[in-house]
Design a protein around this ligand. Structure first.
Ligand SMILES: [Zn+2]
Ligand SMILES: [Zn+2]
Length: 331
């Protein structure tokens, strides 16, 4: 089968990412073999390609927002049959036994393995996944629209929870891409007033169309009246201006697996019982919750599609914010 193999990391604008012929994987015990129908592109795939994730190893096939069709089922699998549609997300597996797993924090399990980093992912014609960590997807949602829900959607929802967003509160989204455009719609369904901070005029227009009440730049005048905010851009220099937007008692959650260094900042930005926290990975339950929401909300998933052989161009477009919504690869 064909797969996009990352053999060594490098700057995406010069990295030559082509298709390679690789042996088709076989499902082990507890696993599903999937034919990939669509795989969305995440900032994490870009960090992996550019060598910004410390635990990454190469060669590897990226991709962790996969919609596939079950082609074969390994031993000891229950609840899945060939021909069914399955979704695969970032969390490939967790040990299920450590203190984190017992607390329900499988996203923090030290033994957790991640799709498209620790094991080969969905930038390919086929892949295997753990049956227990695969998702049934809402019927009627096309593959291309379902794929970005599997990380952008899930981590967006977790970020809103970690930002402690309550119904009707005023939310700021700093940085605007695949995850933010989905989080915006979930927050709107909770009657939140959403303010979007992005450099791109095109992204501001898109955010306003999806129900944001304000869109502008981080440097534009804005009162310090946000209850909650989520930083989506992997830029440490945005943390002080984002904190400056919060009311006392407000929360800023950083949704980034990699962030450029945090600058020094005056304690006054945090004082007043503001909370600054990160968001790391997501649990299987986060996925179940997001897909349940997607089954009832009319989530508009904006996508740009690319053929698998154009994975490098898709990653470069994500890096330079040259698209609205999510990039999705089609084998
Ligand atoms: Zn992701
Ligand atoms: Zn564990």
């Amino acid at each position: 089968m064909q797969a996009v193999r990352l053999t060594a990391p490098g700057p995406i604008d010069t990295l030559r990412l082509g298709l390679s012929e690789v042996p088709a994987p076989r499902p082990g015990a507890g696993q599903l073999l999937l034919r990939v129908e669509a795989c969305a592109v995440c900032h994490t795939d870009l960090h992996l390609a550019e060598g910004e994730l410390a635990r990454a190893h190469y060669p590897v096939t990226p991709g962790h927002q996969v919609v596939g069709t079950v082609e074969a089922v390994g031993k000891n699998v229950t609840g899945w049959n060939p021909g069914e549609r399955a979704g695969v997300a970032w969390l490939h597996s967790a040990c299920g036994e450590c203190a984190f797993c017992r607390r329900g924090e499988t996203n923090l399990c030290p033994q957790a393995r991640f799709t498209g980093m620790d094991v080969d992912g969905g930038f390919a014609e086929g892949m295997v996944c753990q049956a227990d960590f695969a998702f049934h997807l809402p019927a009627g949602l096309p593959d291309v629209q379902a794929a970005p829900l599997l990380c952008a959607g899930i981590i967006g929802l977790r970020s809103l929870h970690k930002a402690e967003l309550g119904a009707g509160e005023r939310l700021g989204l700093v940085g605007y891409g695949a995850s933010a455009h989905l989080a915006l719609q979930v927050a709107r369904s909770w009657d939140c007033d959403v303010h979007v901070f992005t450099r791109s005029a095109e992204h501001r227009r898109h955010a306003l169309e999806l129900g944001a009440s304000w869109a502008g730049g981080i440097e534009d005048p804005h009162p310090p009246d946000l209850d909650r905010a989520v930083l989506f851009a992997p830029v440490g220099d945005l943390v002080p201006p984002a904190l400056r937007l919060l009311r006392p008692g407000g929360t800023l959650a950083i949704n980034a697996i990699h962030l450029s260094p945090l600058p020094a900042m005056p304690y006054e930005l945090l004082y007043g019982e503001r909370t600054l926290r990160s968001v790391a990975n997501a649990t299987y339950q986060d996925g179940v919750d997001l897909l349940e929401l997607a089954g009832v909300l009319p989530l508009q998933v904006t996508t740009s599609t690319y053929s698998l052989r154009d994975a490098g161009r898709a990653l470069a477009d994500v890096k330079h914010s040259r698209l609205d919504g999510a990039a999705v690869l089609l084998p």
